[in-house]
Design a protein around this ligand. Structure first.
Ligand code: SAM
Length: 153
């Protein structure tokens, strides 16, 4: 499962890592950006294992059965939406499943109390939410812009 696909870079990485009979559900709100993704999925020869769902990802997630179905989920869409996505994703992860959330250090802005940007606050709320979530084991890796890895118990 991918929440936030854009032009397809991370979805190609994910699709290359899954078995040939696996599938990736890619969610995005932008028809324009994902048209590029579709083109590059073809070139990368992974188009047959990716299903694109256009629309607000929260609606897409809520329309899925609330039962374990995902082995891996990558969260990389609008930051104020992260907590909502998380709450829809966790019940749908299989035990041992891996959740990845990108940008969880927000270029260090999360620790700047003067920064009131909605995206930064979204990440702060998300990080606080995760610390209190005992359904998962987790670590925030200080690579890139911060990448949180969480494993469902
Ligand atoms: C940072 S980009 C994703 C980058 C991509 N994961 C990659 O690494 O190649 C964020 C994407 O989230 C999408 N997005 C923003 N709000 C969304 C929403 N409510 N539902 C679904 N997608 C959304 C944007 O259209 C954008 O393409």
């Amino acid at each position: 499962m991918e929440v936030g696909t854009f032009t397809g870079y991370s979805s190609i990485c994910l699709a290359r890592g899954i078995p040939a009979d696996g599938t990736l559900l890619a969610c995005d709100i932008s028809e324009e950006w994902t048209a590029l993704a579709r083109r590059y999925w073809e070139r990368a020869e992974v188009a047959d294992r990716i299903t694109l769902k256009l629309g607000p990802a929260l609606d897409t997630l809520r329309a899925l059965p609330r039962e374990p179905m995902f082995d891996v989920a990558f969260l990389d869409a609008d930051k104020p939406g992260y907590v909502g996505y998380w709450e829809e994703l966790v019940p749908r992860m299989r035990p041992g499943g891996l959740l990845l959330a990108d940008n969880t250090l927000s270029h260090g802005r999360v620790v700047d109390p003067g920064n009131t940007d909605a995206s930064v606050q979204g990440i702060r709320d998300f990080n606080d939410h995760l610390v209190a979530d005992d359904r998962v084991s987790q670590v925030l890796l200080p690579i890139g812009d911060g990448l949180t890895l969480a494993r469902k118990r």
